[in-house]
Write a protein that binds this ligand. Structure first.
Ligand code: GRG
Length: 310
């Protein structure tokens, strides 16, 4: 397990990555004076509302571990955070979870109204693809990427599209809304979590693997890590809904029981959910063995997922 100095190193580095990502995101969606300015404002409101940035941090950390260029991965890392933010805006809408607070602030539709919140989500989702394909065109025009590198970047965009769409997050969300007030089979529950939450986290990890052109062994190890921590992230989210507070989480808690949702805690109980979480984190860390000390940040990040309070 991680000693104290490694943990402090991890925390300092995480903060540096978050600042780097926040600066990049802030420069992408800016306030402007066009007739459509309110949509930029609504998109920026949620994008810059202070999330943990765990997905883009994962992309940058994996890229660094594999010796890739951070600037090559940044557009994809930002795109994934934009897709994630869109999903939160839509998830909070009255037609979905009907939440009033997110990231400690009023939800997007509470500030900008429902219609604009839907458009802000759509705008972020679409902008994510504009950002990734725009960076590919730049690389083509500047001659900074050869044909193999461009192929890998197309593969990365495809991977993200599948993770965000019906094969991933949307597919998982549909199972989620259809399983309220029902006992679902453990396999269906795991499918839901892997799609709804795990797929985008997995994409954040696998995109730098794809773009830096790694061999099958590296790919398999990081798939193992990403499958485990992606699922662990949702199990922890379920535990926090049961044990966490609005104060720390910046959103309403205790809804899973109230609204009879199928979560790791409501289906299996708190103790079993915690055992499952421990087990997934151990499995994830085991996937990092071949990388030695270079993977210390990713090991700490897995432990952070387990121990996080928000
Ligand atoms: C298209 C109408 C429409 C809705 C889409 C896809 C979708 C709704 C919702 C996605 C499902 C979702 C929100 C899954 C939960 C994933 C999760 C645990 C989110 C919280 O992520 P954190 O903790 O949040 O990383 P921060 O705020 O730190 O970024």
């Amino acid at each position: 397990m991680m000693n104290c100095s490694k943990r402090m190193e991890f925390e300092a580095k995480y903060e540096v990555w978050v600042k780097y990502i926040n600066d990049a995101l802030s420069g992408i969606i800016t306030e402007n004076e066009t007739p459509a300015k309110s949509i930029y404002s609504a998109m920026r409101y949620s994008l810059m509302a202070g999330g943990k940035r765990i997905r883009p941090v994962l992309s940058l950390a994996v890229c660094e571990m594999l010796g890739g260029k951070i600037e090559d991965i940044l557009p994809y890392a930002c795109a994934i955070e934009m897709i994630h933010t869109y999903s939160l805006i839509h998830d909070d809408l009255p037609a979905m979870d009907n939440d009033d607070f997110r990231r400690g602030k009023p939800t997007n539709h509470k500030v900008y109204g429902e219609a604009r919140a839907i458009l802000a989500g759509d705008g972020l989702l679409t902008y994510a693809f504009e950002l990734m394909t725009g960076s590919m065109l730049d690389a083509l025009n500047n001659g900074t990427a050869d044909i193999d590198s461009l192929k890998r970047r197309i593969q990365a965009v495809y991977y993200i599209a599948r993770a965000a769409g019906v094969s991933g997050m949307i597919g998982g969300q549909v199972v989620d809304i259809e399983s309220v007030d029902m006992i679902i089979e453990p396999e269906v529950h795991e499918f839901m979590n892997r799609c709804k939450t795990g797929a985008l986290i997995k994409a954040a990890i696998m995109v730098p693997v794809i773009i830096t052109g790694q061999d099958k062994d590296v790919m398999d190890c990081l798939e193992k890590y990403s499958d485990s921590i992606g699922l662990a992230f949702q199990v922890k989210d379920d535990i926090l809904d049961s044990e966490g507070s609005m104060e720390l989480l910046g959103k309403r808690t205790g809804r899973d029981v109230q609204e009879k949702r199928s979560t790791s805690v409501t289906l299996h109980g708190l103790d079993e959910a915690k055992n499952k979480l421990d087990c997934l984190i151990r499995e994830g860390i085991a996937g990092l063995e071949r990388f030695g000390e270079k993977a210390d940040f990713l090991r700490c990040l897995a432990l952070y997922i387990k121990d996080r309070e928000k």
